[in-house]
Design a protein around this ligand. Structure first.
Ligand SMILES: Cc1cc2nc3c(=O)[nH]c(=O)nc-3n(C[C@H](O)[C@H](O)[C@H](O)COP(=O)(O)OP(=O)(O)OC[C@H]3O[C@@H](n4cnc5c(N)ncnc54)[C@H](O)[C@@H]3O)c2cc1C
Ligand SMILES: *[C@@H]1O[C@H](CO)[C@@H](O)[C@H](O)[C@H]1NC(C)=O
Ligand SMILES: *[C@@H]1O[C@H](CO)[C@@H](O)[C@H](O)[C@H]1NC(C)=O
Ligand SMILES: *[C@@H]1O[C@H](CO)[C@@H](O)[C@H](O)[C@H]1NC(C)=O
Ligand SMILES: *[C@@H]1O[C@H](CO)[C@@H](O)[C@H](O)[C@H]1NC(C)=O
Ligand SMILES: *[C@@H]1O[C@H](CO)[C@@H](O)[C@H](O)[C@H]1NC(C)=O
Ligand SMILES: *[C@@H]1O[C@H](CO)[C@@H](O)[C@H](O)[C@H]1NC(C)=O
Ligand SMILES: *[C@@H]1O[C@H](CO)[C@@H](O)[C@H](O)[C@H]1NC(C)=O
Ligand SMILES: *[C@@H]1O[C@H](CO)[C@@H](O)[C@H](O)[C@H]1NC(C)=O
Ligand SMILES: *[C@@H]1O[C@H](CO)[C@@H](O)[C@H](O)[C@H]1NC(C)=O
Ligand SMILES: *[C@@H]1O[C@H](CO)[C@@H](O)[C@H](O)[C@H]1NC(C)=O
Ligand SMILES: *[C@@H]1O[C@H](CO)[C@@H](O)[C@H](O)[C@H]1NC(C)=O
Ligand SMILES: CC(=O)N[C@H]1CO[C@H](CO)[C@@H](O)[C@@H]1O
Length: 697
């Protein structure tokens, strides 16, 4: 097990959010519990599996149609006990939720390409999912790579929904952009184009209320190593250096995540229930309909760690939003997946679907570190001065980033590398599995990655700066489009057992090459003006590591996940090992869809929140359209837009009448968490913090 990731900082501090004492703290909980229930109905039209980033988007949007009943089942707790740590952005570094029950804390299998180490895979297990425990970077994939996804779908019905234009609109629908203050913009060197962001969505994308000169030096240092500055990365040209937005609500410097955006502000809706501590074990199918596509008629779940199994009936659809690990795991335990995996695990095959769990891709990263005599966020925090009670300071999260394309990385060597990667296509594809459709899918992804993405402006690595440690500055590098693909599988028939995660890190020779050249740029950057003036000495890996072999050995021992696994329920043609079609329907099943980060067939050159919000918004729109199709006037576009817009609680008068508290009248008109007026509250707690050594996300 890799322990290097953690270092324990024996800090004990008290954090007091600068806010007046709320006169009634229970009011707050009441207000936030409106659609969170402890008892559910016997059946629902839609049962959503997972109340994470995507699941709460789907729940919020589908329940806007008051004639549909919607249930979200979330395995984790409601997270209320940890709410202040979730809310405080900088706590992602200083009071991480990793050591709590809000983290699934998966481990990978021993990785052959990583000196056989097992690696930790944190994933959120609470309302909000990973968006409740993550690093809040909020950026976008590029137009080229999203359109490449659409092209891979060929002429499949619904393929249009996954073009850049469609996904861009869906991503914007989820967001409300908040510009930086003039001071922050100047010090951090932030430029932006508000028209590339959404303005009425539930999720805030903004900038921290505190920054450092270091952040402002980022772009100039980048230019000094030959990497261009990006001026509008949010509009599709996602490459170059810039200061990213973060999922932070600038009105009170709190984390903005799927719970705060899509669940808490809702009025009570009599057609919408969210049940926590409900671990979905299986989807149950109508066995008398085996001739065509199988119909799911119930979902089985356990409220108590597997001791009891309960079921809830499904009138219309099951929608999987368990994430890249959870969604394929539920399919596999339900008997939907590759026969070899199901047979070995002792699970009866209900519907053979070879691609489930395959095509897993993740961003793998490493960091170079320098000592510094400057104040860092970490040193200010460690000093326990007035900053630690300043909510603007506690909103500081790292956000300077850059996406570096292949010609910036390899120059004239790019063509040779491309040729050698193409030459390895066939031999490498054979290792993707024994099923010919899965192998064909691997070839298709690989082909798109090398021919369309590698050869373009899209970044092959991401670089980021981190200053949340006491006395050190990090520059990290992460590969974005790995050629090594892995698999989520199971080795047990007990759905409470963790799935088997094998990302196959660095098994394809191109990946170590790309990561090595990227990490060399990270070192050069720390040695480039003006950043170099902040760095005293490189402390990790240091001067012992400089030849290619030394870098490779080091990387195979220290690299770790950037927490962006994707593609394990890939949207591709069935003959290419696809799991869902372009309408997100699982092949072979009549009424089961997947809508989360597991769906895009290729990794993106970006952190995955924004694209996943877009996928969930898009899924909600197409599902609502499908069920309301007869009621949509075919000709008039002007008067039908309300079905596709963030719809207000006023759209849902039936649900509103059940409101008993005055709070409901203050509920949002646009679904953003700006609408509900909740008294801020004061909290004081003692910390014995475990700081993640390299947690710069
Ligand atoms: C530590 C960390 C840092 C990250 N940093 C960033 C960042 O800075 N920026 C960024 O954009 N992205 C970041 N990410 C990635 C981003 O958070 C995820 O890509 C995104 O949340 C994926 O959304 P999702 O809906 O697919 O899955 P999730 O948000 O993980 O939600 C899945 C939900 O399903 C639930 N679930 C799973 N299985 C079951 C089951 N059987 N029954 C019931 N419920 C189930 C889970 O408990 C969870 O709540 C980070 C992720 C992590 C873990
Ligand atoms: C993951 O590995 C750690 C360290 O070896 C171990 O403590 C933990 O129990 C493992 N978790 C799982 C789910 O196997
Ligand atoms: C930090 O400062 C607070 C007072 O502001 C004090 O109560 C606390 O003990 C200090 N923590 C440490 C670790 O010094
Ligand atoms: C359900 O409600 C939506 C809007 O809330 C409406 O457009 C649609 O016609 C309704 N569908 C049915 C079948 O009543
Ligand atoms: C592999 O890991 C072991 C144990 O951590 C270490 O002793 C060894 O040097 C590593 N091998 C290489 C080639 O890095
Ligand atoms: C199961 O399938 C049969 C035959 O297709 C159908 O008549 C029946 O209504 C289905 N039951 C449910 C609960 O979907
Ligand atoms: C099964 O569903 C697919 C769509 O996902 C559809 O194209 C196909 O016709 C269906 N098959 C049967 C037998 O209903
Ligand atoms: C922070 O670093 C300084 C300088 O190295 C050191 O004196 C101090 O003890 C550190 N603080 C903590 C909390 O580790
Ligand atoms: C590979 O990609 C190229 C360029 O995008 C495309 O023309 C070709 O059809 C693809 N080949 C396969 C086998 O997918
Ligand atoms: C990479 O970016 C540079 C600009 O810095 C550009 O000139 C070059 O064409 C890009 N490379 C590719 C492969 O598009
Ligand atoms: C569309 O809405 C406008 C304004 O609300 C109204 O004047 C017009 O008659 C409507 N058109 C149709 C076809 O309903
Ligand atoms: C932050 O402000 C929003 C209004 O923009 C509010 O809905 C939310 O409850 C506040 N969060 C906290 C923790 O005070
Ligand atoms: C939201 C969206 O873009 N929906 C489109 C999905 O695709 C169908 C047909 O391919 C279009 O009719 C929808 O407008």
């Amino acid at each position: 097990m890799r322990h290097l990731l953690y270092t324990t900082l024996a800090v004990a501090a008290s954090v007091v959010l600068a806010a007046p004492l709320a006169d009634d703290v229970s009011d707050f909980n009441l207000l936030h519990a409106r659609n969170i229930v402890t008892e559910i109905q016997d059946s629902y039209d839609f049962v959503i599996v997972g109340g994470g980033l995507a699941g709460l988007v789907l729940g919020g949007r589908l329940s806007e149609d008051s004639n549909h009943t919607v249930l979200v089942l979330e395995a984790g707790s409601n997270g209320d006990e940890y709410r202040d740590r979730i809310n405080t952005p900088a706590d992602a570094y200083y009071e991480s939720l990793w050591p709590t029950p809000l983290n699934w804390a998966f481990n990978t299998t021993a990785q052959a390409g990583m000196n056989n180490s097992q690696m930790t895979w944190p994933r959120g297990k609470t309302l909000g999912g990973s968006s409740a425990i993550n690093g809040m970077y909020m950026n976008r994939p590029g137009e080229i790579e999203v359109n490449a996804w659409q092209v891979m779908l060929g002429d499949m019905d619904g393929a249009d929904n996954w073009s850049w234009d469609s996904l861009f609109a869906a991503m914007k629908k989820s967001e409300t952009f908040g510009p930086p203050t003039q001071e922050i913009a100047q010090e951090a060197g932030i430029t932006y184009d508000a028209s590339s962001h959404g303005s009425h969505g539930p999720i805030h994308m903004s900038y921290p209320g505190y920054t450092f000169p270091l952040v402002g030096q980022w772009s100039e240092a980048m230019e000094n190593v030959g990497i261009p500055v990006s001026h509008d990365t949010y509009g599709g040209e996602s490459w170059g250096a810039y200061v990213s937005t973060s999922a932070i609500n600038p009105t009170n410097w709190t984390r903005s995540y799927s719970r705060s955006g899509y669940l808490d502000p809702l009025p009570p809706r009599s057609n919408y229930d969210v049940l926590t501590d409900a671990h979905v074990t299986r989807i149950l199918f109508n066995s008398s309909s085996k001739a065509g596509n199988l119909s799911a008629n119930a979902v089985e779940y356990s409220p108590d760690g597997g001791a009891t199994k309960l079921t809830v009936n499904v009138n219309k659809e099951v929608i999987l939003a368990g994430g890249t690990v959870g969604s394929p795991a539920v399919l596999l335990y339900s008997g939907v997946g590759p026969k070899d995996v199901l047979d070995a695990a002792g699970v009866d095959v209900v519907s053979e679907l070879p691609g489930v769990g395959h095509h897993l891709q993740d961003h793998l990263s490493a960091t170079v570190q320098w000592s510094t005599d400057q104040s860092t966020a970490g040193s200010l925090y460690a000093a326990n001065g007035s900053e630690t009670t300043d909510s603007a300071f506690l909103s500081y999260v790292n956000s300077a980033t850059a996406y570096v394309n292949a010609s910036n990385m390899f120059g004239a060597g790019m063509a040779d590398l491309k040729t050698s990667i193409l030459q390895q296509l066939d031999s490498f594809a054979a290792s993707a599995g024994t099923d010919e459709t899965v192998v064909a899918g691997y070839k298709a992804i690989y082909n798109t990655t090398i021919n369309t993405i590698f050869s373009s402006h899209i970044g092959q690595v991401e670089l980021l700066i981190g200053n949340n440690l006491n006395g050190t500055i990090n520059i990290g590098c992460a590969i974005q489009h790995p050629f090594s693909h892995g698999q989520i599988s199971i080795n047990s028939s007990n759905p409470m057992d963790y799935p088997v995660i094998n990302p196959n890190y660095l098994t394809h020779p191109a990946d170590i090459h790309i990561l090595r050249e990227g990490i060399k740029i990270a070192r050069r950057l720390g040695e480039a003006e003006p950043l170099s003036s902040s760095m005293t000495k490189e402390v990790w890996p240091g001067s012992d590591v400089s030849s290619d072999d030394e870098w490779d050995d080091w990387l195979r021992n220290v690299a770790f996940t950037e927490y962006h696994p994707s593609s394990s329920c890939a949207m591709m043609p069935l003959k290419q090992g696809g799991v869902v079609d372009a309408n997100l329907r699982v092949y072979g099943l009549a009424n089961v869809r997947v809508a989360d980060a597991s769906v895009p067939p290729t990794a993106f050159s970006a952190h995955l929140m924004s694209s996943t919000y877009g996928i969930a918004e898009q899924a909600s729109t197409l599902i609502r359209k499908y069920y309301n199709i007869d009621s949509i006037p075919k000709k008039s576009h002007h008067n039908t837009t309300s079905t596709a817009k963030p719809s207000s609680s006023a759209n849902n008068p039936a649900a509103m009448t059940t409101s008993t508290s005055s709070a409901a009248s203050a509920s949002s008109t646009n679904g953003s968490d700006g609408g509900v007026s909740i008294q801020p509250w004061t909290l004081i707690f003692a910390i014995a913090a475990t700081v993640l050594f390299e947690f710069w996300l």
